[in-house]
Design a protein around this ligand. Structure first.
Ligand SMILES: *Cc1c(COP(=O)(O)O)cnc(C)c1O
Length: 344
């Protein structure tokens, strides 16, 4: 494994970052005449902490990691974009990902003119470690894997993932957006054993906070420092930091929601299997179900007419005939099931 420095783009390595007024003083009891803020309208008049120290302290306790191994972004999407911009030279370097998977890795790479090498999953959505390692070369800087994977809803075997992390010659970004719903533990507890590993998690799913836009990246300090160096100075606004702190102090809500959603997922899966036109309900380790039907677009449009919106994934690789359904409340799932029972 090369050192992290060798993966960083030259211009980023030598970048002198923007220094914000508040970097120099962290106390709260001073008279702040340094940032041209309006002295009225407290607390919204002040720029937020650029390094979100209070929030990271709290996340560090819950996730049992060092605050210095945490990067916070405007959604996981910001972390994905910054990782590509920090490590991939446009038109030279490449990233590897699996197919099908979350679309943002490709979009961010395309925006940055970085080649994407897609390694297909098997028909049963298993990952091929050998093919991933074979697809990489000296210009591969990042491998993006997602487990539990979207839209296939399955998790990959921990041994296989560990194999890829250990044997690849790049950084490995493991997107664990759905890890709270998974029967398997993620890799966060093993972070220190894998110097090239970056783990993405989010407040958008289990924590019920998609609206505040807050994503987490975990990795060794050297990697996190690079992301902090190139982010917008105040990327996490005050309201988001405040709301996240509040939610972290009431973690039992999250725990209860996850428990209920898993019960509902299992009920929904069982009920969907009873419908004759549903060919398959894929095993899910997340808060959504992937199902296969004969005429996915007809089912999709029928549900839209019933004012129920699901996701048509039938044009995605290996997902012919597939629809993706998010697990809702008990009542929402009842309405969905009733509509599907009345179909045809
Ligand atoms: C929903 C989702 C996310 C969350 O993205 P945010 O920008 O944090 O809302 C990340 N990765 C995957 C695979 C997802 O499905």
């Amino acid at each position: 494994m090369k050192s992290i420095e060798q993966f960083i783009r030259e211009n980023i390595k030598h970048l002198k970052p923007y220094s914000s007024a508040r970097d120099e003083y962290t106390g709260r009891d001073a008279i702040f005449l340094d940032a041209n803020e309006n002295p009225y309208n407290s607390p919204y008049n002040r720029y937020p902490d650029p390094l979100q120290r209070d929030l990271k302290k709290k996340i560090a306790v819950i996730k049992q990691v060092n605050p210095e191994s945490i990067f916070l972004g405007n959604g996981s999407d910001e972390a994905i974009d910054l990782l590509i911009r920090a490590f991939c030279e446009p038109r030279v370097d490449n990233i590897i990902t699996i197919d099908p998977t979350y679309g943002m890795y490709q979009v961010c790479a395309d925006i940055n003119a970085v080649e994407v090498r897609k390694v297909p999953l098997s028909e049963s959505f298993e990952i091929n470690a050998e093919a991933i390692l074979k697809a990489s070369d000296a210009c591969t800087k990042l491998i993006f894997l997602c487990s539990p994977n979207n839209p296939t809803s399955n998790s990959f075997s921990k041994n296989t993932l560990a194999d890829i992390i250990k044997n690849c010659n790049s950084l490995l970004v493991l997107d664990e957006a759905y890890i709270d719903f998974s029967a398997q533990p993620g890799f966060l507890a093993d972070l220190d054993n894998y110097p090239n590993l970056v783990i993405l998690q989010t407040f958008s799913k289990a924590w019920g906070l998609a609206g505040i836009r807050l994503g987490m990246a975990f990795g060794q300090k050297k990697i996190i420092d690079v992301l902090n160096k190139i982010k917008y100075p105040y990327n996490i606004n005050f309201l988001t930091q405040q709301k996240a702190l509040e939610s972290l102090s009431a973690e039992t809500y999250k725990t209860e929601w996850v428990k209920e959603l898993l019960d509902e997922r299992n009920r929904l899966a069982a009920e969907l299997l009873n419908l004759p036109y549903i060919i398959k309900v894929y095993p899910s380790d997340a808060n959504f179900l992937l199902i296969k039907v004969n005429k996915p677009v007809d089912v999709y449009n029928y549900l839209v007419d019933q004012k129920i919106v699901i996701r048509d994934r039938s044009r995605v690789s290996l997902c012919e005939g597939c629809l993706r359904i998010t697990v809702g409340t008990e009542n929402e799932n009842d309405v969905l099931l009733k509509a599907l029972q009345d179909y045809e």
